[in-house]
Each structure stands twice: as C-alpha cells, then as structure tokens.
Write a protein that binds this ligand. Sequence first.
Ligand SMILES: NC(=O)C1=CN([C@@H]2O[C@H](COP(=O)(O)OP(=O)(O)OC[C@H]3O[C@@H](n4cnc5c(N)ncnc54)[C@H](OP(=O)(O)O)[C@@H]3O)[C@@H](O)[C@H]2O)C=CC1
Ligand SMILES: O=C(O)[C@@H]1CCC=N1
Length: 279
Amino acid sequence: MKKMAIIGAGSMAEALISGILENGLMDRRNVWVTNNSNQERLNDLENRYGVVGTYDLNALFSGADIVMLAMKPKDAASAIDYIRDHLRSEMLIVSVLAGVSTESIEALAGKPLSIARAMPNTSAAVGKSATAIAVNARVSEEQLETARQLFGTVGLAEFVEEVQLDAVTGLSGSGPAYIYYLIETMEKSAVEIGLEKEMAKQLIVQTLIGAAEMVKNSSKSPEQLRREVTSPGGTTEAGIRVLEENGVQQAFISCIKAAAAQSKRMGDALCSQLQVGKR
Ligand SMILES: NC(=O)C1=CN([C@@H]2O[C@H](COP(=O)(O)OP(=O)(O)OC[C@H]3O[C@@H](n4cnc5c(N)ncnc54)[C@H](OP(=O)(O)O)[C@@H]3O)[C@@H](O)[C@H]2O)C=CC1
Ligand SMILES: O=C(O)[C@@H]1CCC=N1
C-alpha cells in the first residue's frame, strides 16, 4: 500500500484513519484526505493524526494506489463526477457507501474500475470493526489481499457476495448504534433505580464485554447462555418477561430488517437513476 486518497472526511473516514494508523499499516504521511468544503475539519484531522488534508486533486491522487470513497451515498454522484478524471483502472477503489453497488460506482465514473465495496462500522477506530467486503470481477488477487489487510487491521474482515451487503449494513454497519441505544437505555434505568451514572456505565460496559466474550468463546448458544442466567422464579426471569410482553425481540428483528431494506432502497434508487442492473 503506497498511498491512500480518502474522499470524505466524516465519522467513518476518521474511524478508519484512526484504526489504520494505530496498527501501523500505513505511514501517516501517505494517508491523504479531502472533503466537500470543510477546511477546519481537514486541519483537525491533520493535527490529530498527522495525515495530509487537501483540496488539490492532483496532489491528492498523485501516486495513490488506493482511493477510498467515504462520502454519504447521496453525495456519491457529485463527488465521483468531481474526481472522475483522476480515477485509473489500476487503482483499488474502496467504497464504504451504504447501498451503492460496484456497478453504480463504475457507471458514475463512466469507466471500468477495480472496486472493493466494504461495510465496516465505526468500531474500526478501536480496531474492532466487523467488516464485510465484496469485490467486483476486476479486482486482482493482490488488490483483494490489500482490501483484506486494510480492513483486517481494523477488526474482523470477511468476504461476502455483494448481494449480502444490504443485510450486513442493517446488521453490523448500523449495529454499533443499536448497542449504544441499549447502553443509553440501561444507563437511564440504572439512574432511576438509584445508581450513580458513572458507576452504572462501568457496570454496563463490563457486562456487555463479558457477555460478548462469552458468546465468542463458549461452545454454548446465546440462548443457552441466557437460560443459565435465568433462575426459575428469579430476577432475570422477571426482567425478561417484561421484554417479551413488550415485543422487544420482534422490535429488534424489525429494526435490523428496516435498516437492511433502507440500504437496498438507497442502492436500487441509484441503480434505476443510472440504468444499471439492480442487485
Ligand atoms: N457512520 C457510520 O457508522 C458508517 C458509515 N458508512 C458509510 O460511510 C460513508 C460516510 O458516512 P459518515 O462518515 O457517517 O458521513 P459524514 O457525514 O460524517 O461525512 C461525510 C463526508 O463526506 C464529505 N463529502 C460530501 N460531499 C463530498 C464531495 N462532493 N467530495 C468530497 N467529500 C464530500 C463531507 O464533507 P463536508 O463536511 O465538507 O461536507 C464529509 O467529510 C457513508 O456512505 C456511509 O454509508 C459505512 C459504515 C458505517
Ligand atoms: O446510517 C447509515 O446510513 C450508515 C451506514 C451504516 C451505518 N451508518
């Protein structure tokens, strides 16, 4: 990996920059980044990470072998239009855009490109992303390895079929937000039952880490592990009964399905606009 040009300097770009630099995968001076117009944000990234922020497209793309697309999907058309002349068939284009297909990216660029479409999550910032990657047919073995290394350095990286990426987006791309929502909710309830917020947060976080490690390392299913916590006539049973009465499991299922459907909807709308095949 010689040089990476990142288009878009928001939350996801920062999480990846932070994780990649933390793991020493690239020299910070070989990570270049641009955005639409927020110079202050580029200065901030330069100051905090030592990466290079610029609006000079010639400088940004010069010597770049990896181009990361990290703007919002709604801005993909204008951003790709703006950088089109700098995109080359030998570059690996890495897109983290929710819903936007590799075929749409090629159509927007108006040329054949080697594209790795990935769905990471913001836990990349601490090396704990869960990333799924799909590549188009032009991606070489070497580029595939580059994509694996890039996302492997910020957490788990698995290859999937492109059609599965909407599901991944609903599950683990958006996933951290569901867990933060749960933590917010547990914090609120902890305060209501008399615990101090800071202490409650520590207990909640350790409980989540512990439960995640148990699921990861145990041969038992999550359901079996849950049953082992639930003593007949005990506290957990009383709590879980309320979750079931309120349809919480079904709400989570609907939540993940809605997020996945939104990813597909966004992608399909762009495919229709560009008259390329829907996935
Ligand atoms: N946030 C998340 O948890 C995840 C996000 N993603 C994907 O990552 C992508 C980015 O999301 P996120 O980081 O949250 O978004 P943000 O809104 O935080 O950042 C978007 C960035 O794109 C820039 N941008 C907008 N238009 C252009 C343009 N024409 N040229 C160059 N840069 C442009 C913005 O610049 P400016 O500030 O100047 O407008 C901003 O820096 C999305 O496609 C999303 O689907 C994927 C997985 C998880
Ligand atoms: O909410 C979104 O659209 C992005 C994609 C996955 C997580 N955040």
